[in-house]
Design a protein around this ligand. Sequence first.
Ligand code: GLU
Length: 288
Amino acid sequence: MVTRFAPSPTGRLHIGHGWSALMGQDLARELGGVMRLRIEDIDGVRSRPEHVAGIMEDLRWLGVEWDGDVVFQSARLALYDAALGTLKAQGLVYPCFCTRAEIAAEIAASGSAPHGSDGPLYPGTCRSLSDTERARRIAAGYSHCWRLDMAQAVAPVGPLTWVDMDHGPIPAHPERAGDVVLARKDAPTSYHLAATLDDAEMGVTHVLRGQDLVAATDIHRLLQALLGLPTPVYRHHPLLGDAQGKRLAKRTGGISLAELRAAGTDPGKLRADLRAGRFPVGIRILTP
Ligand code: GLU
């Protein structure tokens, strides 16, 4: 049994991350397995070395231990690029040259854009470019990301399910996410591709992560099918929010583990509280 805690080093950990990591450690111990630590640092601008150090310091302070070497996604770009090459060879991805503004304008003009869990779907502008036009733009140095041609990808695969640790098989609907980005303009991969490949390559059997990523699990299940990867089982835990019901984010101050520590919090008591579902004043579990 292998699980993992996979923070992005774009800030210090907040109490929700601490809760998630602690649940991961407890699950690994309960099942006689291990918990790995993976630093999701493909965003070269927002990821910072000082946050990596901060994350490790915060976890150690809380008493969360990870097993084995820490995995850094920034050191594994060749692995992701090879998988993208496999999907390119199958004709399942295409280069997209659109800017955010162009996508927004296209959606506004179309009137009735279909929505996924993260907002309006990509309208498919670049899907219909000819091979010649794609090659011309790439040769001319136009910046581009790579998108999955969702309709082409799902058709031959057929219905997919993933297994929820507590609720059993769940039908996957990756098509609801549209043509997702598999390699960003600024990185040869995206969260979806990197996380799916790493979970497989690290031998992860149990993925524990926040409820905000349920729709991502559908996409990851499809990528597993396309790339011939094993599929772990999943548990999505609720998110924590403030008194106004707003999700905790790295940017919102006041509830980072570093601040709790600076305020003299006893980590043993905090662990016991988190395990019992007791949170600091003003913090509560959000209902999905
Ligand atoms: N890096 C993601 C985050 O910090 C977690 C991804 C995952 O667990 O799959 O939200």
